[in-house]
Design a protein around this ligand. Structure first.
Ligand SMILES: *Cc1c(COP(=O)(O)O)cnc(C)c1O
Length: 388
């Protein structure tokens, strides 16, 4: 075994409890989950109507400081609805990192738009804002207040920054760039509930921001998502679009004024979410402690480093991220193989979007850093119980 592999294993064993297997990320239900779900079942309102959905939306907007929050069936549907509501139209291009989860690209395509891929920043692993600026200066021009891709002639309407593994993108800097290039921001904050830029929560900078409450995320509703937005009109449009666009003034008429979606979050999922949100502050404290332990322990291991929180913000440390100093696919596979066979679940990062068959021909800037990260990132166990 290569020394680096045995060093990594030794370090993981130092920190992790002795039971096996240890999953990458597990949900925990220490609070009012059963109470609220039983209440929900007893009320018989387990589905599309019920008080927990509104309660959950209110609590999400309170926690994030977002003026409004609209709950949805999952993070992907939240992104889809957010993109439509923010004005993404068929034939538009939408900028996004090549290094992201598939949902980011899929949601743009659901709108009839074309993903346009951006390189990653080695420090934050999110989009590289500086490189993006240089790229847009040569690859695009502004016409009638719209950014146009010089080579495709299509409008480049929007950008989706992704706060990967909870590490915040520098939203203040990105906002300046987007003003200059007339870009609408929709934040994919699926992984970053509890992450901030300064004192402002991720997902509240863009015209919309989206969250996911899938089972592997920091808090879960089983399956679920939410869109954060700034004004009541946008919130109404999001609610309308995600609830089949039925006319709310109807008494019993089934009148729908556009092709909407059934992207509702069921009441029983929202009940689970209310209980999870009550525990979020404790979860975040535990995640921060675990990240600090990992950072300290891996400090002395040669050839790898932990992804660090940027100086301008706070991460929720959803998934702890080990990065090889030099990209090396074979070494990466060795580490994955060894750790997983011992019952310590580790995972590589996603394949770059531009390598997938359906997105191979999408426009892209050069992706030097994204290629390196694809072959250097290993996520290590990050559940909140690991230090108990
Ligand atoms: C989880 C996730 C989503 C989608 O959320 P679902 O609830 O699984 O649909 C979108 N973007 C990113 C970056 C994610 O990690």
């Amino acid at each position: 075994m290569e020394k680096i592999v045995s060093d990594i294993i030794h370090t993981l064993k130092q920190i992790l409890p002795s039971h096996r297997p240890i999953p990458l990320h597990e949900p925990f239900f220490y609070g009012n989950e059963k109470k609220y779900i039983i209440d929900c079942i007893d009320s018989r309102f387990v589905s599309s109507i019920g008080n927990y959905v509104t309660e959950f939306e209110n609590r999400i907007s309170e926690f994030t400081g977002s003026a409004f929050a609209v709950a949805t069936s999952n993070g992907t549907s939240a992104l889809h609805a957010a993109l439509i509501t923010a004005g993404v139209q068929p034939g538009d291009e939408v900028l996004m990192p090549a290094l992201t989860f598939i949902a980011t690209a899929n949601a743009a395509v659901y709108c009839g738009a074309v993903p346009h891929f951006i390189d990653s920043c080695p420090k934050t692993i999110g989009i590289d804002i500086e490189k993006l600026e240089t790229y847009l200066e040569t690859a695009t021009h502004i016409k009638n207040n719209t950014l146009i891709n010089n080579s495709t002639g299509r409008p480049v309407r929007a950008i989706i920054p992704v706060h990967i593994f909870g590490m915040p993108v520098d939203m203040n800097r990105l906002q300046d760039l987007c003003q200059k290039f007339r870009l609408t921001i929709i934040e994919d904050a699926a992984e970053s509930i509890g992450s901030f830029c300064g004192t402002r929560h991720t997902g509240t900078f863009g015209s919309c921001g989206t969250l996911s409450f899938n089972g592997n995320k920091t808090i879960t509703t089983g399956g679920g998502g939410a869109v954060l937005c700034k004004d009541e009109d946008t919130a109404h449009r999001l609610k309308h679009l995600t609830t089949t666009a039925r006319c709310t003034k109807a008494r019993w008429e089934y009148f729908h004024d556009r092709t909407g979606f059934n992207y509702r979050m069921p009441n029983i999922n929202a009940a689970l979410g209310c209980a999870q949100l009550e525990q979020l502050p404790q979860f975040l404290t535990k995640k921060r402690e675990l990240a600090a332990r990992y950072a300290k322990a891996f400090d002395s291991v040669k050839g790898v480093h932990m992804l660090k929180e940027p100086e301008y913000g706070k991460s929720n440390f959803w998934l702890n991220t080990l990065i090889l100093d030099k990209p090396d696919r074979k070494l990466l596979e060795d580490i994955l193989e060894t750790t997983n066979s011992m019952g310590i679940q580790t995972r590589p990062v996603w394949a770059l979007m531009n390598t997938l068959p359906m997105y191979r021909k999408c426009p892209s800037m050069p992706l030097e850093c994204a290629w390196k990260l694809e072959n250097s990132i290993i996520n290590i166990p990050s559940s909140i119980n690991l230090l108990d």
